[in-house]
Design a protein around this ligand. Structure first.
Ligand code: PMP
Length: 443
C-alpha cells in the first residue's frame, strides 16, 4: 500500500533529483511526516506512527506541545529577525537557566544552530585556551561532520573526508561489550582505559588541549562506559591541565533518567570545563550551544562568532520547552518509563536469537542485533526490523559502528501504555525480520 499517493512519489523523485546523493533517508519508501501530536506522528498518506526516535532525539518533550507552539508563534508574529548585535530577553533567560542547570561554576553560555557548531565552538575554545590543536577523543565517538568535528569523530564511515585541522589521539572507553576488554570487570576496564590514556598522552607532541567524550555514545550505538570512567580520566587530565569537554547533544536534559546530564553519572569527576548541547532543547527547532566557565569562554579575542547565536524564535521555543521539561519532571518520567521499557525489551530479547544485547539508560535504549545465534553484527536484520516496525506503526532509529543497533529514544513524555505498545510492535518486528532472514537463507 506504500506510495499510493502520487504527490508523495513525485516528491520523492524531485527530492532525489535536487538533493545530494549522499543524503541518506530511512526506509525503502522514505517517510514524509506531515504532522504530529504527543508521541504520535502522521505521514502524507494519513498513516499514524508511534514515535520512538523523535527525529534523532530532537523532539524532547512532545510533538506539537502547545506551550512551545504558542511561544514560537507569538514570537514569530512579533519579529523573526535575529542578530547577536542586539539584546534578546528570551536568549538571556534561557542562558541563565542553562548556566544554572549545567553544574559549571561561573558559567557562560553561547548559543549555536546545531550540535556540530556547538562542538566546533568548544574546540575553538579549548585549542585557543591551551594553544594546542591536539585533542583526545574516544574510539567510536560521533561529534559531527564539519571540517573540525570530523577530526574527533572516531569512525571513518561517519566522516566525509579524512582531512582535519586537528591532531586527534583516540583512546579506549567507547565500546565495551566487544573487543579486547569484553571479559574485564568494570574496575579492570576503567584501569585499562586509564593506562591507555596515560600511554597516549605520553606519546603526544607537547601540550594537549582537551578530552572530549559523549557520556553515552549515541550514533555509536547507545553504549555507556562504567560510571567511574570519566572520573578516572579527569584525574589524569587535571594533573596536566587538560580540559574536559562533555558532549551532551544526545544525553542532556534528563534523557538518561538518573541524571540531568550524562556527565553526572561520573559526578566524582566534578563539573566539566566545557559542555555542549543541541537536538532536544529546541524540540525540533535548530538550536545548540556551549557552556564553559568564564575563564575558558572568554579566552577568545573575538567579537561574536555568528549572526544568530540563538534567535528570538528558537530561544523562545527552547525556553518554553525547557520550562515544561523541568516543571513536569520529565527526567523522572524517563527514569520510570525507560526502566520499564528496558526490562520489557530485555525479556523480549531473551527469547530472540537475533538480539545480542539490550542496553541503555532512561529513554535511551539500544538493541544490538546479530545473525541468528551468532556474535556476528547484522545490519541487514536491523534494516529489516526498521521496515517491519514502520509497517507496524512504530518509528525507531539505528546506529552502531556496523549499523546493527536499534536506537530507541522517544519523546520524554512517553507513557507506560505507549511503551508497552511500542515494545509489542518491536517484538513482532523482530520475529518478522528473523523469519525473513531464515527464509532468505533457505531460498
Ligand atoms: N554530537 C553528538 C553526540 C551527536 O549525536 C550529534 C548528532 N547526531 C552531533 C554532535 C552533531 O549534531 P548536529 O547534527 O546537530 O550538528
Amino acid at each position: 500500500a506504500a506510495m499510493t499517493d502520487p504527490t508523495h512519489s513525485a516528491l520523492l523523485a524531485r527530492h532525489r533529483a535536487v538533493m545530494p546523493d549522499w543524503l541518506a533517508t530511512y526506509y525503502r519508501e522514505p517517510l514524509e511526516i506531515t504532522h504530529g501530536e504527543g508521541r504520535r506522528v502522521w505521514d502524507a498518506e494519513g498513516r499514524e506512527y508511534l514515535d520512538f526516535f523523535g527525529g534523532i532525539l530532537t523532539t524532547m518533550t512532545a510533538h506539537a506541545l502547545p506551550e512551545v507552539t504558542k511561544a514560537v508563534s507569538e514570537q514569530a508574529g512579533r519579529i523573526l529577525h535575529s542578530s547577536t548585535l542586539y539584546l534578546s530577553r528570551t536568549a538571556v533567560e534561557l542562558a541563565e537557566r542553562i548556566a544554572a542547570l549545567s553544574g559549571i561554576p561561573d558559567a557562560r553560555v553561547f548559543f549555536t544552530t546545531s550540535g556540530t557548531e556547538a562542538n566546533d565552538t568548544a574546540l575553538l575554545l579549548a585549542t585557543t585556551f591551551r594553544r594546542s590543536n591536539q585533542i583526545v577523543a574516544l574510539r567510536n565517538s560521533y561529534h559531527g561532520r564539519s571540517f573540525t568535528s570530523i577530526g574527533i569523530t572516531g569512525n571513518s564511515s561517519w566522516s566525509p573526508t579524512s582531512l582535519s585541522p586537528l591532531q586527534t589521539l583516540y583512546v579506549h572507553g567507547g565500546i565495551r561489550s566487544r573487543g579486547p576488554f569484553a571479559h574485564l570487570t568494570d574496575a579492570q576496564f576503567v584501569a585499562a582505559c586509564v593506562e591507555d590514556l596515560r600511554d597516549v598522552l605520553g606519546q603526544a607532541n607537547g601540550t594537549v588541549a582537551a578530552l572530549i567524550a559523549e557520556p553515552v555514545q549515541g550514533v555509536g550505538g547507545f553504549t555507556s562506559p562504567p560510571d567511574g570512567l570519566l572520573a578516572a580520566f579527569r584525574e589524569v587530565l587535571a594533573e596536566r591541565g587538560i580540559l574536559w569537554i562533555t558532549d551532551e547533544v544526545q544525553t542532556g536534559w534528563g534523557r538518561t533518567g538518573d541524571h540531568f546530564w550524562g556527565w553526572q553519572a561520573h559526578a566524582q569527576a566534578g563539573p566539566p570545563d566545557i559542555l555542549t548541547f543541541a537536538k532536544g532543547i529546541g524540540n525540533g527547532l535548530s538550536m545548540g550551544g556551549v557552556v564553559a566557565r568564564a575563564e575558558v569562554m572568554n579566552c577568545l579575542d573575538a567579537n561574536s562568532l555568528s549572526t544568530f547565536g540563538g534567535s528570538p524564535v528558537t530561544t523562545a521555543g527552547a525556553l518554553a520547552n525547557l520550562t515544561y521539561l523541568v516543571d513536569h519532571d520529565l527526567q523522572g518520567n524517563a527514569r520510570r518509563v525507560g526502566g520499564l521499557l528496558l526490562a520489557r525489551l530485555q525479556s523480549i530479547a531473551a527469547a530472540s536469537p537475533v538480539v545480542r544485547e539490550v542496553r541503555g539508560r532512561g529513554l535511551m535504549i539500544g538493541v544490538e542485533l546479530v545473525e541468528p545465534g551468532t556474535d556476528e553484527p547484522s545490519p541487514a536484520i536491523a534494516t529489516a526490523v526498521l521496515e517491519a516496525a514502520r509497517e507496524g506503526g512504530l518509528l525507531i532509529g539505528k546506529g552502531g559502528r556496523a549499523g546493527n543497533v536499534l536506537r530507541i529514544a522517544p519523546p520524554l513524555t512517553l507513557t507506560v501504555a505507549e511503551a508497552e505498545r511500542g515494545a509489542a510492535v518491536l517484538q513482532s518486528a523482530l520475529s518478522e525480520a528473523h523469519a525473513a532472514t531464515t527464509e532468505g537463507q533457505r531460498a
